[in-house]
Design a protein around this ligand. Structure first.
Ligand code: SAH
Ligand code: SF4
Length: 356
């Protein structure tokens, strides 16, 4: 398999070009073509300097290097046309999903970090399919570039918001995700502001501690869903590996080290974790933390029989947390009719593979 030019940070790209005998100045041109202009075919740029064009043509044809420009296998718009779920085909034919949500005046892209997921959360379609493989940095960047092209095709200046809440557990693929983020935030390229990016984790404790130690400037979202070890372990098998007690200690240390707020996600499941007692337990658990709580009504998946909370239960839950002093929001549901909502992402091909 050739290496991908989209896997490289600016400095890595410069090293590759220089060791091929090209001038370092060509790095800026190629970077601008790939990441600022987001061109799917860099050779289509007419003003490439002849030595750069010659090298690029050669390495792309001799199979030493490739580009991550995944073809779209499927584009499913939601009935209101505001959300699109794209099935993108990777070079090894693996398919992954990227979702673009349009709000008034801005778009948010929901990015996948793995094909499948090893964490096995019972209510999540990606968890239900199991782990297939990690995505490379270039495959993560490629989803953002795809979203950038879509947003620009609508006549908008560019994509501004990203959530790493698609298929997979970002902190289980830490190095590739952080390299992809370095590329995505590079001001000479896609230039997406770190404060506009959220990384969501099921609670991979070493990853949270590493983000704090490395002072990664992204928003951290932690999927909580239960406030006792026993209840959490039933929903999230990964709680056995990283128990709630350790997770909370990591969150407190993240808060203290970075001064950054943590966004906790709580999927509301009827009769399972949506009673007033549950809300009070969250308030105790998160006491003293700089925390925002996002309540997500459960989206239905094939492999889980639980149902979403009633709006009365959700509203009461919301009120208790607000009264306890926590900023708290109920997440707007998007793309449910095309299974592009939280936890509904699962490529059809993968489903067949998992069933085989
Ligand atoms: N692996 C990461 C990020 C991807 S999941 C994580 O778990 O945080 C993104 C969010 O969707 C998480 O908060 C997850 O708990 C939530 N989610 C998963 N399945 C869901 C479902 N069926 N309904 C609603 N939210 C779900
Ligand atoms: Fe993986 Fe997140 Fe789904 Fe859990 S909720 S299985 S961690 S993608």
């Amino acid at each position: 398999m050739p290496r991908s030019l989209h896997d490289l940070t600016y400095d890595q790209l410069r090293e590759v070009l220089v060791s091929a005998g090209l001038r370092p100045a060509h790095t800026g041109t190629l970077w601008n073509t790939l990441h600022f202009r987001a061109m799917a075919d860099p050779l289509a740029r007419e003003d490439l300097a002849p030595p750069l064009r010659k090298w690029l043509t050669q390495v792309l044809t001799d199979g030493n290097w490739m580009l991550d420009v995944p073809p779209i296998s499927l584009d499913t718009p939601s009935s209101d046309g505001l959300t699109h779920k794209y099935l993108l085909r990777m070079a090894d034919a693996q398919e992954i999903e990227t979702v673009i949500m349009g709000y008034t005046g801005r778009h948010t892209a929901c990015i996948s970090t793995q094909a499948g997921c090893a964490m096995g959360c019972v209510f999540c379609a990606t968890g239900q399919m199991g782990f297939v493989r990690h995505l490379r940095p270039g495959e993560i960047v490629a989803q953002v570039l795809h979203a950038q092209r879509c947003v620009r095709a609508k006549g908008e200046k560019g994509l501004r918001n990203l959530v790493f809440m698609g298929m997979g557990e970002p902190l289980h693929n830490y190095d590739s995700v952080m390299t992809a983020l370095d590329i995505i935030c590079d001001t000479r390229g896609l230039n997406i502001g770190p404060s506009k990016i959220s990384v969501s984790t099921v609670g991979v404790v070493p990853g949270i501690l590493r983000m704090a130690a490395e002072n990664r400037p992204y928003n951290l979202a932690v999927s909580l869903h239960a406030a006792t070890e026993e209840e959490r372990a039933k929903l999230i098998p990964a709680n056995q590996r990283w128990p709630l007690t350790d997770l909370m200690a990591a969150c407190r240390s993240y808060n203290a080290q970075t001064g950054r707020r943590i966004f906790f996600a709580w999927t509301l499941i009827d009769g399972v974790n949506d009673t007033p007692e549950h809300a009070k337990r969250i308030a105790e658990l998160l006491h003293g933390l700089d925390a925002h709580i996002n309540l997500i009504p459960l989206n239905r998946t094939d492999g889980y029989s639980g149902e979403e909370s009633t709006s009365t239960a959700a509203d009461a839950f919301h009120r208790i947390l607000q009264d306890a002093g926590f900023p708290c929001t109920i997440r707007q549901r998007r793309g449910i009719d095309v299974a592009a909502g939280c936890g509904q992402l699962k490529a059809l091909k993968n489903r067949r593979k998992a069933a085989a």
